[in-house]
Design a protein around this ligand. Sequence first.
Ligand code: AMP
Length: 399
Amino acid sequence: MSTTVPRVPTQDPSTHRNRAPSQGPESFAALNLSPQTLAGVRSLRWEAPTPVQLRAIPLLLAGRDVAVQAQTGSGKTAAYGIPVVERVDPGGDPAQALVLVPTRELALQVGEHLRALARGRPVRVACLYGGGSVGAQLGALRRRPQVVVATPGRLLDFLGRGAVHLGSVRMAVLDEADRMLEVGFLPDVERILGATPKGRQTALFSATLPPAVTGLVRRTLQDPVWVRMEGPAPTVDGVLQFYVEVAEQDKVRALRALLRSEPVRSALIFRRTQRAAQRLADVLAREQPGVAALHGGMRQGARFAALRAFASGRTPVLVVTNVASRGLDLPRVSHVVNFDMPEDVETYVHRVGRTARAGATGTAITLVGQYDMEMFDRLQRVLGPRWQRHPLNLYAGGG
Ligand code: AMP
């Protein structure tokens, strides 16, 4: 068992007991937090810790590495945010704590969260993300922030320029690790962790635990404690899975029929390549309003515009590639259509995960063409027999 994890300075618990928002074994006061952190929590008007906070905060304060399966909305940000603000030394080196996140939106959100929790302490938080002003972010780095929240690509840019050093990182957090890997950040994440000290403490948070994430945990965490929270994971559970057998050349016709017959509130149509996504969006948009494309071949501004129109409901149908969500925060949808078969099972689960929501069911429809049989067999073998043939039949009665 490894013992290189640094110890966390302990606080005197007698100093804050009476000032907590609530008492009892499940209160913030029972977590042994400093008065400043309790004041930060109080300013957010939180009554009591959430389940993931109750589990993760003591482990992180005890210096352990943790791998946590928790959904957005579970309070996961503060589950690591509170230990981060407790652990950083306000008078110490810059970049003592590093939080890696998949998107700019999450970087900004986490930054705000951490600043609120650190209120009352001279702790500075810098947010580094693609699409933001390089000059402003360099300025933030010059102010020697103890906490750095970053998307991997932009952080590597700054590392390459020597604008940031990670030799003082005592605590690294990988937030929404599954999404980070889903959009291809794995090599970047590993390079970044490689630039931090081996003895650092590491926490990983992820809504799902596909093999790529558990592999990352094995390679980068030391003797981690696994914390699995109850709650709906965005997997294929809760999703109605249909397939439509259709000749490749009839897929567009099948899709049109599906869009007419299904109660679509919002739909993501997945295609394999950027060109194919654009072409299909153009074809559909000629016949019906409210269709747009979203893929990595579009400029950032156009991607954000497409995303905003989709999120607002103006274009409820979005034709996308797998990496469409890179740097973007896609909302949940009523329908996922696999126009092109996903390349592997994991990609299928991630695509379809866009539709399952707590309490509600989503619909996933996979168009199975003549070249897709092998992959479809594999999906059924791995994910089980919960597939239904969709009632749509293009080939009956001349339809
Ligand atoms: P997260 O899962 O970190 O995205 O947090 C979801 C929401 O829960 C955020 O709006 C937080 O401000 C809020 N939140 C986090 N912890 C608590 C808590 N202990 N009590 C009430 N709300 C919380």
